[in-house]
Design a protein around this ligand. Sequence first.
Ligand code: F6P
Length: 366
Amino acid sequence: MGVKRIAILTGGGDCPGLNGVLRAVVRSATREHGIEVIGVQDGFEGLAVTPARVRRLDVGDVRGLLPRGGTILGTSNRANPFAFPVKSRGRVLLKDVSRTIIRRLRTLGVDALVVVGGDGSLSIAHEMGKLGVRVVGVPKTIDNDLSATDVTFGFDTAVATAVDALDKLHTTAESHHRVMILEVMGRNAGWIALHAGVAGGADVILLPEFPYDIRRVVAKIAERARHNCHFSIIVVAEGAFPAGGRVKTRKSAVGALARLVGAGERVATELRGLHGGESRVTVLGHVQRGGSPSSFDRVLSTRFGAAAVDAVVRERFGTMVALCGAAIETVPLADAVGVQKRVDTSTELLRVAQAIGIEVGAITRR
Ligand code: F6P
């Protein structure tokens, strides 16, 4: 059965480049293949509610989208069809609405669904695929923690934002002889911290993958002081924590992941009294998710969008488009969602960081 109409949704946290995917999907589907595109608003939520929040997307609707951050469709990080929050008598209950969504797609005449998302949304896509939905995934996340693709779009822009912050922190750190701590996102993966730290000339990078010993950080600050550098730049991943400790979290809305909080402030507290100077903390937060995508992310999101349509046309359902080396390929969704990609001792950039004298707060042996 050929494909005449596809639906597309963006799920999970937003990131720069989502609009680039939408633009490429709409342009390639309509121009190349004569396929109609339906945009679903706010992730799976748009298909779970009554009436469904969907709208047709034509080439005119995606005009001028390439430089625009966010997603014109909206997104949600708690619209899991298998545990969908529903209010009942003042309480929020989690209900399985997956069958409702499948019926919806049928009523809308949707032949295939393109899901643009991270680990969470792609896992849902995989489960929906098992129930018979013809689905193709597109990987996105600033965290770059999906194992089946070399890179996700959004990551490059987030790193650039963090590097810009580090460049600015450098000058004020040096002027005031301070230790400047920059907390960056990434959840349980240290990719943003590692790349931004190396590109931004950090002295210390603390990663979720290697619980740190604060004494190593203090030793690094002291070593710099001996070389007449009375300031230091520390990049702390939001998921970093001291050896023997745990990451701190705060409860989120029902259905959403817990928020990681306070990693940078904790390092500042631990440093207090242990070195001669002052420490200040900047939490970069959602700034990393916003703004205009870098040229790399614009190109990657465009390639992914066109490849997703190609996968639909070739009926390669149950797959995700991925960057493998220089090529865009399709990989089984099952492989894409199974394992999280994290920094480890074989990560070349980690070894480079250490080789040039960046302290990672822990002994890392292969
Ligand atoms: O997964 C992307 C991400 O930005 C993480 O780096 C961060 O921990 C999380 O989302 C924040 O999510 P929220 O916007 O729900 O606070």
